[in-house]
Design a protein around this ligand. Structure first.
Ligand SMILES: *Cc1c(COP(=O)(O)O)cnc(C)c1O
Length: 337
């Protein structure tokens, strides 16, 4: 099977497995796992931030960030497509007791003006705006990236209103590689960033939350409360270190291949539109002889897996287990459907 369902489906490489096998481990709740400590240090340093926190999932790093930045009763500003709202099981309400100000952005991207309008005035009737959360790249937005100038404008708004700014950077390295950005610039803008190791970077498990030392200290306490304090998990962290060293530059190939697939899809009359490919995600709108589900089923019969995201949209995600020949086979298959 050629598996385009998600960039989470990757298998650890031989090199990664060897590195995991040789990793020193210890009890991380006691702060004694050398591999986890190294991963947290390396990730934070890349972004010029003080500290990091290794967690089992990106949902946990996002939810810990929200919990740490807010008080119960606050409101969180985010785009309506954002993962923290769409795909984290209502955790903003459940874990943090916060309401959400949902804004309607462009493919998951908000502007400074929208955020200004979304911040509640000082008024006893209104929840207190407690956090602005952005996502780069935007998953539901089909891998769309922010323009860095927009981050700078949003940072000004956040600073003016004394609001923390969180980034769901599940696929941040896809944006960084594509737009040739410097991670350190992100560290200057955001108060916290969640980075997934288990998406395009190809590690089997884990995410890292980074921020200043006081923030991470509080988040570490909440991680224990959430049940995310792990013990000798250093082999998993080692996979993350290996991924940060070996799997960032290659993301550009996923982006190139995603564009090639989108061009092949665009030739089919049952594909009515495609979100402009910016990184490793292709979202095609299906009409005519197929629904999204029946197109995905037809692909599956030919050994190709893609997700019917909505009744009309099919998503393909590129990652390190999709080879050039997988891409060629997929294009040949689509050609005859
Ligand atoms: C995958 C993803 C996450 C985290 O998901 P987990 O499966 O919990 O690791 C967070 N945000 C975005 C945008 C994602 O795509």
């Amino acid at each position: 099977m050629i598996d385009f369902r998600s960039d989470t489906v990757t298998m650890p490489t031989e090199g990664m497995l060897a590195f995991m096998h040789s990793a020193p481990v210890g009890d991380d709740v006691f702060g004694e796992d050398p591999s986890i400590n190294a991963l947290e240090r390396i990730t934070a340093a890349k972004f010029g931030m003080e500290a990091g926190l290794f967690c089992p999932s990106g949902t946990m790093t996002n939810q810990l960030a929200i919990k740490t930045h807010t008080q119960a009763g606050d409101e969180v500003i985010c785009d309506e497509l954002s993962h923290i709202y769409q795909y984290e099981g209502g955790g903003i309400a459940f874990n943090s007791g916060c309401s959400v100000k949902l804004l309607h952005g462009d493919r998951g991207r908000l502007t400074a003006e929208q955020i200004i309008a979304g911040i509640n005035p000082e008024d006893v009737h209104k929840p207190i705006t407690g956090l602005i959360s952005l996502e780069n790249t935007s998953n539901r937005g089909g891998g769309a990236c922010y323009d860095f100038e927009t981050f700078k404008a949003i940072k000004k708004v956040a600073t003016h209103h004394n609001l923390p700014l969180h980034l769901d950077g599940a696929r941040l390295f896809n944006a960084i590689v594509e737009k040739k950005e410097a991670p350190i610039e992100y560290g200057n803008i955001f108060n916290s960033i969640s980075i997934c190791l288990s998406k395009g970077l190809g590690a089997p498990v884990g995410s890292v939350l980074i921020g200043d030392a006081a923030f991470i200290k509080k988040a570490r306490r909440w991680r224990k409360v959430f049940g995310g304090g792990m013990r000798q998990a250093g082999s998993l962290a080692a996979a993350g270190i290996y991924a940060l060293e070996h799997h960032i530059e290659r993301l550009i190939e996923d982006h190139k291949n995603a564009k090639i697939l989108s061009e092949a899809l665009a030739k089919k009359d049952f594909v009515t539109s495609i979100l402009g490919v910016e990184t490793n995600i292709v979202i095609a709108t299906i009409g005519g002889k197929y629904t999204a589900a029946s197109f995905a089923a037809a692909l599956k019969e030919k050994g190709i897996l893609a997700i019917a995201m909505t009744p009309t949209q099919v998503r393909f995600v590129f990652h390190l287990n999709i080879s050039e020949s997988d891409l060629a086979k997929t294009i040949d298959t689509i050609h005859v459907l």
